[in-house]
Design a protein around this ligand. Sequence first.
Ligand code: HEC
Length: 398
Amino acid sequence: MEILLFDWMGLLVRWLHIVTAIAWIGSSFYFMWLDNSLRDYGTLEPGADGENWSVHGGGFYHAQKYLVAPDRMPAELHWFKWESYMTWVSGFGLMAIVYYWGAESYLIDRSVLDLSPATAIAISVASLALGWAVYDLLCRSPLSRYGAALFAVLFAFIVLSAYGFGLVFSGRAAFLHVGSMIATMMSANVFMVIIPNQKKMVAALAAGEAPDPALGTAAKLRSAHNNYLTLPVLFMMISTHYPIVFGHDWNWLVVALVLPLGAVVREFFNARNAGRTGNALRWQWPVAAALTIALIALTAWNPDGELAVEDEVLTAEALAIVQTRCAACHSANPTDEDFDEPPGGVMFDDAAMLKAHAVRVLGQAVLTDAMPLGNKTGMTKEERARLGAWIKAGMPDE
Ligand code: HEC
């Protein structure tokens, strides 16, 4: 029953999270594009600074941007905030279901740090709050006047956090926490700065006063950060399904490469939409390709080197290894209290079943430490090497 509930709650909340995130990112990309595309076609209203004509769904749209304020406040003003708030709420809900409810399996790795579920969950929640506090301080500090320097410090802070998470949580949870920490900053930017500042600007206009330009500048800075962080965050969120990435010993370096990779791709579209041409558009894709190659090369490299296996490993031994280390979860009747069915339908009850899953075993338990989940059963490096040697030798029975 519990697994049914766990899976259904996970599935429904994940569905909601993806839908709200699409809505948020979609409107964010749309407004970035709109802002960059504004020109003067000679059909501007008095007081407007730029306009855009578009066609979509069988009609024409004419948007105009007022940098200061329109002469009169419109009767109805549309706000964009629930997409962002609900993305955070559903994301935190999903984290609570998968990583807090399933803390023993997904959040904690006792070979990394021996934490109780309550302590691990407290660290997780505190780290999201702390991440925001540090980021917010940086943006309010004098550093905020130097855009590039602020970016560099922010980059260093995120990479350092990735390293820190790796000392506390399982690889998968560490990677997800980097994404969640950045996503929390982005959503808090909307909730704590962008929307409140816009409210103050609207109130000033309604009172017939000129709004404080610092309100707009602060909102713009946060909005620019959100724009460049969007693609890296998406990478971190989906890569929790890829042990080659989060399972790498130096997964913080993956973060250090993904941050500029995502930002540079966004930069291409920002520059192009702003009407830039020629050399202004030629550098982004080559840089992105070089970063991608570096990323792949990094994950192909094992910093510890491979453990040598001298003698031949036979099926009986390989089966004994998985039966000790994996069968608690992966058997027709799992004994692990978190699972009453074999996860992913993967079972190792006999040699034929093990052989059928050999390629995935290689990816999950030999090339990376993704399995056993949270290394709950204490699999050793030597056992991984022996299992790998058996698979690479063609799984000899005798
Ligand atoms: C504590 C429980 C647990 C243990 C022990 C465990 N696994 Fe898993 N395994 C899981 C769960 C849960 C999943 C589903 C993964 C997910 O939700 O992303 C899984 C999924 C898998 C998959 C499928 C991954 C895919 O391609 O989707 C393979 C293969 C696998 N495990 C191999 C192993 C091997 C090999 C061992 C032992 C060395 C092992 N597991 C030990 C819980 C466990």
